[in-house]
Design a binder for this molecule. Sequence first.
Ligand code: GLU
Length: 313
Amino acid sequence: MERTPAPKVVGRFAPSPTGRMHAGNVFAALCAWLVAKSQGGEVVLRIEDLDRERSKPPFADQVQRDFERLGLTWDRGPFFQHDRDGAYEAAFRALGERGLTYPCYCTRADLHAASAPHRGEKPVYPGTCRRLSAEERRAREEAGRRAAWRLQVPAATIAFEDQVQGPYAQELEGECGDFLVRRSDGAFAYQLAVVVDDAAQGVTSVVRGVDLLCSTPQQVHLQQLLGLPTPAYAHVPLIVAEQDRRLSKRDRDAGLEALVARFGTPEGVIGHLAALTGLAPVDEPMSPEELLKGFDVAELPHAFPDKVQVLWR
Ligand code: GLU
């Protein structure tokens, strides 16, 4: 009997071109590459320049040179989010036609005053604009307020098995709240864009920093509403400058230029990151290809001694 071949694994690099890559970005990309390649898969490159103000074309070029230099190859792309407004618009409209979105006039200050951060993760929108009457909406428009758009979430739990973090669940209404799908300046929200792009680009394996774990239920919910497949997720530890403070693109010594200077070669950088996080037993220069030889996706739940944060050293 003929067997249908297993669908190809498609991973992705999804850098935001808002600065040079830092050690944490390199580490997440390395993991995405290893997870895809160890399963005979391919990698798509998507430049996440959704935020037009903060994204700069020179950084989009630079990030590609940096990946090349590190031996982090990609098979398709680059795809740019700035080309994809039509696709985001179609998804946004499909949600609106089902009555699932509503305009939100809350200012940053309103939001700050109204919502208590949940479990130190993200603030839950209290639903202030959910039940505005047509008249109340008109009054806000007339006062010059520009609406952002939120997705109304049900009281339902989204649960999935993360390939690194294990089982994860979130109750949408209580733990997440109605979330933005379009900003008041017209830009589509990250959650919507990423779901539309992952599906259009055939992504089946999402590997990224654990800071995005709490966004994943929103993305899975959107996939379900839009009839799109849900990829496998692996949320890898963050590299932190100090306890609970993410490494930033401005941290000294963490940018790729400084990294290569410090560790001598791109392989020196990869080897150091692998040893630091527990992916490799010793700190010695390694190319992604060399690291791939000892990498097994089935071992991911045990690959990182600390699954949440690793101190940058
Ligand atoms: N563009 C995001 C970043 O650079 C990654 C988003 C994602 O992987 O879903 O942090």
